[in-house]
Design a protein around this ligand. Structure first.
Ligand code: FES
Length: 163
């Protein structure tokens, strides 16, 4: 889903980094901070402004796991299916989330771009298993019911914010 690029904001990021190609990682991080992913349209722009090849920028963007080339939803849910979480029943939580978000296993982001569901292999909080991270906040001892409540709360908060 192509998004209109905010060229002023991108130019501002480049300016802050003195158009220095050695700052490419920070430049990409700040760009992702705006869009929640790296729109491919920024590659030719940055290549031209920084005097490096698009292939080099693409290489950096794909090397670091924190960069995403796919659009993400407004809310990011990371559900852990590492060993500790798996044995404490993360799968029913994942299945419930897919059901309420209407996602297939191949699809990470809802059609309305509200949620992205990612399965990860450890969130570093195994003692709290099964663990879910919603927009950077850890939720312990997840169950399908708790996951459903969590999503309902986010949807409710968003509907207030939109009115
Ligand atoms: S295995 Fe889930 S937090 Fe470590």
């Amino acid at each position: 889903m192509a998004e209109e690029l905010d060229y002023d904001a991108l130019e501002e990021i480049l300016r802050r980094h003195d158009y220095d190609k050695t700052n490419i990682i920070s430049i990409l991080q700040e760009t992702q901070g705006i869009y929640r992913y790296l729109p491919r349209e920024v590659f030719p722009l940055f290549a031209q402004k920084l005097g490096i090849s698009e292939a080099r920028i693409y290489g950096v963007a794909t090397f670091y796991e924190n960069f995403s080339l796919e659009p993400k939803g407004r809310h990011i849910i990371k559900i852990c299916d590492g060993t500790a979480c798996h044995v404490r029943k993360s799968i029913p939580v994942i299945e419930e989330l897919r059901k309420i978000l209407d996602l297939s296993p191949e699809q990470a982001t809802t059609k309305d771009m509200m949620f992205t569901l990612e399965t990860v292999s450890c969130l570093g909080a195994c003692g709290l298993a099964p663990v879910l991270n919603l927009d950077g906040k850890v939720h312990a001892a997840m169950t399908p019911e708790k996951a459903r409540e969590l999503i309902a709360n986010v949807r409710e908060e968003d509907s207030y914010a939109c009115n």
